[in-house]
Design a protein around this ligand. Structure first.
Ligand SMILES: [Zn+2]
Length: 403
């Protein structure tokens, strides 16, 4: 298998085997037809890019997407702060244009619009783009790439002061074509900002971020090589708490801005940690098996004691954890999720019927397995009355905690 950035032979290092598409919730009729796809991951020894070995086509994954981003308070607060911080840092004003790639329902762009900045969204999910347009967020229902970017520039004079993309850089298999497109629509002194889960999290056992939508698991050293191929330069980098630890990178045409100490320091740290060598990745398998054994032993004990366990929320990562560890109806009494779009459907692979969160108050399970562990604090806070009444939380990743 060849690297999607530099075409060198990649080295496989971890496999979850055949997995369902973890954002494809099922009706009862669809269960029998559910498909599974290989989910294995490898490392490129030449450009250091960590990537899936086999991919599922983006048309299949993203055209009719169930995820509506405006469901978490934590997320909306992050969007508000992002708009404020980037407007200040990049000196955006009413003449500026913010172009967001994979803009989803427009939650992020809305905050720029409120500040008085011009906005344009692009998202391939036709159903979600339609909703965004209805809500006053201009959104084109397209996949972003080089040809589309050229059309935008030539036919509509689109040149962005800020190109923003959260959780898109990891999702695009044709990544070189994508970054060449960024080069085309980025204004001469413009900045492109991308946010994505940091590879470091994967090394720290946050393995449930591996799913078919995530083709790439980025380190800064791999990204530096990638953007160089499109004649772009990473000039700054920040850490954000999204998805249990994300990077936010700032990209410009070469030489537009000085490369900051942040970039130099993080690259030095990554080399020191060994992100440029296969060994660190090969440890992952053993660490994940340890985590699996601990969690399954805990659930076995709880079940033997005759206690009830419910799963709290059914995010993509949660479905990976359930499927890979083999946590099904033998361990889980029921699962709840706040998103109405998932309620009444069955979880991918494990086929648990999704209930609204109110079921927790009715059934009073002894334990809640918190699958959205990245926002565990928010969940614990929201369910204070459950906890006060003696209910316990199990946080499964990256290390098991009982609260
Ligand atoms: Zn490579």
């Amino acid at each position: 298998m060849r690297c999607r950035s530099c075409n060198y032979d990649i080295t496989p290092f971890f496999s979850l085997g055949e997995m369902p598409l973890v954002n494809s919730f099922l009706t009862q009729e669809e269960i029998a037809m559910e498909e599974k796809f290989d989910l294995s991951i490898g490392f490129c020894p030449k450009c250091y890019l960590v990537q899936l070995i086999n991919i599922v086509s983006p048309e299949r994954l993203f055209r009719d997407y169930i995820y509506f981003s405006a469901t978490s308070k934590f997320f909306l607060e992050h969007c508000r702060k992002t708009a404020k911080d980037l407007t200040k840092k990049l000196n955006l004003n009413s003449k500026s244009l913010v172009l967001e790639i994979a803009s989803n329902d427009g939650s992020q762009l809305k905050f720029f619009q409120d500040i008085g900045i011009k906005i344009l969204g692009i998202d391939p999910a036709v159903n979600i783009a339609e909703l965004a347009n209805k809500n006053g967020i201009p959104t084109l229902p397209e996949f972003f790439g080089y040809d589309f970017a050229k059309k935008l520039k030539e036919n509509q004079n689109v040149e962005a002061d800020l190109i923003f993309g959260a959780n898109v850089l990891a999702h695009v298999p044709e990544i070189i074509d994508f970054v060449r497109g960024v080069k085309v629509v980025l204004k001469q002194k413009g900045t492109a900002v991308f946010e994505f889960p940091y590879l470091k999290g994967l090394i720290e056992k946050k393995f449930d971020t591996i799913y078919h939508e995530h083709v790439f698991y980025y380190s800064l050293i791999a990204l530096k090589n990638l953007f160089q191929k499109a004649d772009l330069e990473i000039y700054d980098v920040e850490m954000t708490p999204m998805q249990g630890g994300s990077l936010r990178i700032f990209i410009s045409h070469p030489g537009s801005y000085g490369i900051t100490e942040n970039v130099k320091n993080l690259i030095a740290e990554e080399i020191k940690t060994g992100f440029d060598k296969i060994e660190i990745y090969q440890e992952l398998n053993k660490n994940i098996q340890d985590l699996k054994n601990k969690l399954m032993n805990l659930l076995d004990e709880i079940k033997k004691a005759g206690k009830k366990v419910a799963a709290y929320s059914a995010p993509a990562k949660g479905n990976i954890l359930l499927n890979y560890f083999g946590i099904d109806e033998n361990y889980i009494d029921f699962i709840v999720d706040k998103a109405e779009s998932k309620q009444g459907l069955y979880t991918p692979g494990t086929h648990l019927l999704v209930y609204p969160p109110e079921k927790i108050n009715q059934d009073k399970p002894d334990y809640l397995l918190v699958l959205c562990w990245n926002i565990a604090d928010e969940i614990v806070d929201q369910l204070k009355s459950y906890h006060d009444a003696g209910g316990k939380f199990i946080i499964p990743v990256p290390d098991i905690k009982i609260l």
